[in-house]
Design a protein around this ligand. Structure first.
Ligand SMILES: [Zn+2]
Length: 209
């Protein structure tokens, strides 16, 4: 587990922590450790830009992010190279799964907009482990779709910087980037690395005051 310092209510799982959306044991370990409910809100991720607003635990349909203002309600998404992004307001939380399609479509902007329209001031964001520009070789169509943010892999191939593109969607919000490349870090599931079916979860909740 990776716990961003100074940010209560956010935890990024590692491969060893399992996919706690479907694995009850893994979910119990998470929930017990952080003193949160074992009943989480989840979605079926489809690389889109729909963000579900969760008022209660359980399956919230097809979406690529979740937001809530319910204290103690855990929101969970899963990734294995895509970018997990957490948005933090005093009385709300959101978590977004953003691969290149989600970044191109503005999934993080969408979550930010929902929170703001509900009267929340998003002050901080955390970008979790994802494939870095060092390893994310892409075709020109992906560079074009994202609207720039072209970078180079370690081998000199064309890549994109998903974190930089994500930051651009949340200008004015203080961002903490965990700086972990899933492809390089052996403790992380990376679909690009080995076509793994494994995912690491990101779990977010609004702590009690
Ligand atoms: Zn890398």
């Amino acid at each position: 587990m990776i716990i961003p310092p100074g940010v209560p209510g956010v935890v990024f799982g590692t491969r060893a922590d399992g996919d706690a959306r479907s694995d009850e044991h893994a979910r119990n370990v998470f929930s017990t450790r952080f003193g949160i409910s074992r009943d989480w809100a989840t979605v079926k991720q489809v690389h889109g830009t729909v963000i579900a607003t969760a008022d209660a635990p359980g399956f919230q349909g097809e979406a690529d992010g979740l937001t809530t203002d319910v204290v103690g309600l855990p929101l969970a998404i899963a990734t294995a190279d895509c970018v997990p992004v957490v948005l933090i307001a005093e009385r709300a939380r959101a978590v977004v799964h953003a691969g290149w399609r989600g970044v191109a479509g503005g999934a993080v902007s969408e979550a930010l907009g929902i929170m703001r329209r509900s009267g929340n001031i998003v002050t901080r964001a955390v970008i979790g482990p994802h494939i870095g520009p060092c390893c994310y070789e892409v075709g020109q169509e992906v560079v074009d779709a994202i609207g720039g943010y072209e970078a180079r892999t370690r081998d000199g191939d064309v890549s994109v910087d998903l974190a930089a593109a994500t930051r651009a969607q949340i200008e004015g919000v203080e961002v903490m980037d965990m700086g972990i490349c899933t492809f390089d870090d052996g403790s992380m599931a990376s679909y690009r690395q080995d076509r793994t079916p494994d995912r690491q979860v990101t779990v977010v909740w609004l702590p009690q005051d």
